[in-house]
Design a protein around this ligand. Structure first.
Ligand SMILES: [Zn+2]
Length: 154
């Protein structure tokens, strides 16, 4: 199980559910990320790719996340990403039905609403994500890393 924690809530997802959740979040964050912190947040989501990190080896502690200099702005951005995913943004490009991800997205929304994000350091631009997979048009986890969440997973 891969734990996603925040604000005293926990969402434990199996490997398949994690894969779907990360894919729909990456499709959404790719559409919305503009500044350095938003790209750093996108990189954090992309690092939840089990093809990269190993199956059952991911998980996100949102209480520990660096929410940047304006944590409420960061939280608002994270909620906007979840809400865009809930509109099924680009789900037609997935080769499967992702509709069961909706309950997990709603649970993630509850985590984000419950947590108390603390101010972090300004993002290090070298740590933020600039590369986009040309094939899938999805941000990749690292500036130099060409594969996105859909490359290995299909
Ligand atoms: Zn790709």
């Amino acid at each position: 199980m891969n734990p996603f924690r925040g604000g005293g809530h926990e969402l434990d997802l199996g490997n398949g559910a994690t894969e779907v959740l990360v894919e729909v979040l990456m499709l959404a964050v790719t559409a919305l990320a503009r500044d350095d912190w938003q790209h750093a947040f996108a990189a954090e989501l992309a690092r939840q790719d089990q093809n990269l990190m190993g199956r059952g080896m991911v998980g996100l502690d949102l209480d520990e996340l660096d929410w940047g200099p304006d944590p409420e702005r960061g939280r608002a951005f994270a909620l906007a990403v979840v809400d865009l995913a809930l509109t099924r943004h680009r789900w037609d490009e997935l080769g499967y039905h992702a509709s069961y991800a909706e309950a997990d997205l709603q649970a993630l929304r509850r985590l984000l609403t419950a947590l108390h994000p603390t101010p972090g350091a300004p993002p290090d631009p070298t740590d933020s994500m600039a590369a986009t997979c040309r094939h899938h048009r999805i941000l990749t986890p690292l500036p130099w890393y060409p594969a996105c969440v859909r490359c290995a997973g299909g």
